[in-house]
Design a binder for this molecule. Structure first.
Ligand code: GLP
Length: 241
């Protein structure tokens, strides 16, 4: 596991975007594992800039996203499908048919989990997986629990995650209580993993991820067992190390 410190959020985003741009340029048909949340927004902005200025070609790229809220359609501006279209896919020459986000409106969410796991597997492996991290150490929507979940699954969101997400919704009642998320096993199969964290609020969980015990109570701690992980932090997120 490598920890890469940046002075600020912009510098961190630029560094990560360069890695993604290099990945796409070296292997145009790359499978990118993508993440949502506020953390990667600046990285997606940088990637769009690289598409426009450096002509990074997304034409053959395929993507799989980590997770989606149950009950939200892709048109809902709080859905992760909407987020991806809005922050990246609408601004580059990607074929949206090759971009995958779990279907939050599936009539049978459990069947959608099996379907999604098969989609990820059928791509022959994620070349590079982007992650943010929740304040409680969740990656994707793998919340602290007693055993690391292996495959894509339905998640009951914890109270702290529901609270943290409430800022994006009109009322508490509107905040989804469940999601579909890749499992920890799905994430760990990626060839390369990049986790981004910025801000003081993430400092304690970054410390626990890097130095605490490897435990499903801190889901991101499992990344220490992956052979190719880079954690990008700004000075604030690094401040407890
Ligand atoms: C959500 C997402 C995660 C993300 C986390 C942190 O729970 N499912 O993928 O990492 O939020 O979000 P933020 O980057 O806004 O702190």
């Amino acid at each position: 596991m490598k920890l890469i410190k940046s002075k600020n959020y912009q510098e961190m985003c630029a560094k990560v975007a360069r890695i993604f741009a290099a990945q796409i340029t070296l292997k145009p048909e790359s499978v990118l594992g993508l993440a949502t949340g506020s953390t990667p927004i600046g990285m997606y902005e940088e990637l769009v800039r690289k598409y426009n200025e450096d002509r990074v070609d997304f034409g053959k790229v395929r993507t799989v996203n980590l997770d989606e809220y149950i009950g939200l359609s892709g048109d809902n501006d709080q859905s992760y499908r909407y987020f991806m279209n809005h922050n990246l896919f609408d601004h580059v020459d990607i074929d949206k048919a090759k971009t995958f986000v779990p279907n939050g409106l599936a009539a049978d969410p459990e069947a959608e989990c099996v379907n999604y796991e098969n989609i990820v597997a059928s791509m022959g492996g994620v070349d590079i997986q982007l992650l943010g991290i929740g304040n409680n150490g969740h990656i994707g929507f793998n919340e602290p629990c007693d055993e690391f979940p292996e495959c894509t699954h339905v998640v009951d969101l914890t109270e702290s995650t529901i609270q943290a997400n409430a800022r994006f919704f009109a009322s508490m009642d509107d905040v989804p209580k469940q999601a579909i998320s890749m499992g920890i096993g799905t994430i760990m199969k990626a060839k390369k993993i990049i986790l981004m964290a910025n801000g003081k609020g993430k400092a304690p969980i970054i410390y626990d991820t890097v130095f605490g015990p490897v435990t499903p109570q801190v889901p991101a701690s499992i990344l220490r067992f992956h052979p190719d992980v880079m954690i990008f932090v700004d000075e604030e997120a690094y401040s407890e190390i």
